[in-house]
Design a protein around this ligand. Structure first.
Ligand SMILES: NC(=O)C1=CN([C@@H]2O[C@H](COP(=O)(O)OP(=O)(O)OC[C@H]3O[C@@H](n4cnc5c(N)ncnc54)[C@H](O)[C@@H]3O)[C@@H](O)[C@H]2O)C=CC1
Ligand SMILES: O=C(O)C(=O)COP(=O)(O)O
Length: 528
């Protein structure tokens, strides 16, 4: 039995490890305790890797992981995964998005309470210094304070719910949600970021990306109330770390609760020297409950993706398969097959790929274009081309793309047409699907057909004169090639196109012989 190598790069719960260990077709490699340089050697054999935030999936990692088909980020944030690098290599990246939500929510509340009561400092005074000095520790209450939440997703909205139970006045800024998601929970929704800056406590729960890096800097802090409290249990760098340090030092920010740092591990970070921070070492997801759930999901997803069965929570697929209506799937398959066939007919360099569609299917033109590109590039690229990397590969080759919606006029309920322009000519092919899943090619180079996209096909263009069919039949018979189907379409210019399905592979010598039959104009061969 061939085994799939799954490398676990970071610490995950043993329940996940046990699933991997006990799966017969998995070669399980535990690499969480080796350093990241040694990991580069181990990762070269991996079909699938499981990582957390401690492993950067960067150029070095990806260049070493030459066999990698999928990567599972066992958590939410994937800002340490080079997504473009994965896509270019056809590696499907997935995360495990909701399994650690509660852990991160509760750590956020812990930091908030800890900041309000300076909990670690009060704790240390008694425990380490053995001093009983209650007058040093007059804290503040959450009750009645205004809490600003930036990012109202899985974690942010649950922080809001919990803050409401502390009778806080909660307001959120998240331009990507409907306002009712907040207002239904009794949370004020704002599109004015300054409303957040006016809060007593601010907590951030967005992903880390170009839009959110340094979202809070000197300018924003200057607008805040004196004595504001800031919490960050999302990602280091969402609050500009220099601005955070300077304003904690000046006392403009009273306290900050920080779980995450721009560069981790952060054992000598300047923030650690300040007397008004509560810090944790990126522990947001570190509850046994969350880690158990994540590890089980990560292990199961790793096995499914290694077997090529499913890619749950894939992050870099051009389409979300679960959201595609069932009628679209056969069109996607047909489009890939037609492009694969068409690109075989003329193997010169492709300059452009155009996909046209009519009927309801035209809503899915972008997906159809991706699959047409996979089909066309697979002729030369084989299995290395997939729907994650096809567009990248095509762009690198300088191939141009076009899509267009066509007025409904062919009589078919839906029709997809692909035009592949090469250095030599334009190849066009069109198809439709009958009775939900009967795929048919209905046009080839403007000749009408009705043929299944399957099998070994000789395409012969010839002058429409008597004797050609007989001659080609005889030649194939003489070479012991059985014809399983023969379709003929007549053109407008006294020409005809035959699609001849055969049982055996046709080599280039025989193809040349067919091409030299009298009145043959051109001949090509393709297999689907
Ligand atoms: N400290 C830790 O160990 C953990 C940290 N995290 C981090 O917490 C953050 C939030 O995670 P989830 O709530 O699960 O993600 P999510 O995807 O459910 O929510 C993110 C929210 O941020 C919003 N958003 C995106 N860009 C925004 C912008 N420019 N301004 C305002 N809102 C914006 C989105 O619309 C979405 O509602 C992520 O950065 C994640 O990596 C998650 C789990 C554990
Ligand atoms: O899920 C996330 O985004 C986290 O930050 C948790 O990261 P971790 O898996 O604990 O390295």
């Amino acid at each position: 039995m061939s085994k799939h190598t799954i490398v676990v790069c970071d610490h995950i719960h043993e329940d996940g490890l046990n699933i991997l260990k006990n799966t017969e077709d998995v070669n399980y490699v535990y690499a969480a305790d080796i350093d990241k340089v040694a990991l580069l050697d181990v990762i070269k054999d991996a079909d699938v890797a499981i990582t957390r935030s401690s492993t950067d999936v960067d150029e070095k990692f990806l260049s070493a992981a030459t066999n990698l088909k999928a990567i599972i980020r066992a958590g939410v944030g994937y800002d340490n995964v080079d997504m473009e690098g994965c896509s270019k290599r056809g590696i499907i990246a997935m995360n495990v998005p909701t399994a650690n939500t509660i852990a991160a929510v509760e750590l956020t509340m812990a930091h908030m309470l800890s900041c309000m009561r300076k909990f670690p400092y009060a704790h240390n005074q008694l425990k380490q210094d053995r001093i009983w000095k209650r007058e040093d520790w007059y804290g503040n209450e959450l009750f009645g304070k205004k809490l600003g939440i930036i990012g109202f997703g899985n974690i942010g909205h649950r922080v809001g719910l919990r803050a409401k139970s502390f009778e806080m006045d909660v307001i959120t800024y998240d331009p990507y949600i409907p306002s009712t998601k907040a207002t239904d929970l009794g949370v004020t929704y704002t599109t004015n970021f300054d409303d957040i800056l006016d809060c007593d406590i601010i907590t951030i729960h967005t992903p880390k990306n170009q839009e959110t890096i340094d979202m809070i800097g000197e300018e924003e802090i200057a607008k805040m109330k004196d004595g504001v409290v800031l919490i960050n249990c999302a990602r280091g760098g969402l609050y500009n770390e220099d601005a955070l340090y300077n304003n904690l030092k000046s006392g403009k920010i009273k306290m900050a609760g920080i779980d995450v740092f721009k560069k981790e591990p952060a054992t000598d970070h300047p923030l650690l020297d300040l007397p008004n921070v509560t810090v944790t070492a990126h522990l947001g997801a570190n509850t046994k409950e969350s880690q158990k759930k994540i590890a089980i999901q990560a292990a199961e997803n790793a096995i499914e993706s290694a077997r090529g069965i499913a890619y749950p929570h894939a992050l870099n697929l051009p389409i979300d398969e679960s959201k595609i209506p069932s009628f679209v799937k056969p069109y996607i398959e047909l489009t890939q097959k037609m492009a694969f066939l068409s690109a075989q007919l003329d193997k010169s360099a492709i300059r452009s790929i155009t996909v046209k569609a009519e009927g309801e299917i035209k809503e899915y033109l972008d997906s159809l274009l991706t699959f047409a590109t996979v089909g066309a590039l697979s002729v030369v690229g084989g299995d290395e081309v997939n729907y994650v990397n096809a567009m990248f590969i095509a762009e690198e080759k300088g191939i141009k793309f076009e899509t267009s919606e066509v007025e409904h006029c062919s009589g078919y309920s839906n029709k997809v047409e692909i035009r592949i322009t090469t250095e030599k000519r334009v190849n066009s092919i069109a198809g439709t699907v009958f009775d939900d899943d009967v795929q048919r090619i209905v046009e080839l180079d403007s000749f009408d057909f009705d043929i299944e996209p399957k099998g070994k096909m000789i395409m012969m263009r010839n002058n429409d004169v008597p004797g050609v069919i007989g001659n080609v039949g005889k030649l194939l018979g003489d070479r012991s090639i059985n014809i399983s189907d023969f379709r003929l379409a007549r053109g407008k210019n006294k020409d005809a196109l035959a699609i001849i399905l055969v049982d055996d592979t046709i080599n280039s010598k025989l193809l040349e012989e067919i091409g030299s039959i009298q009145d043959a104009i051109s001949v090509s061969y393709a297999e689907i």
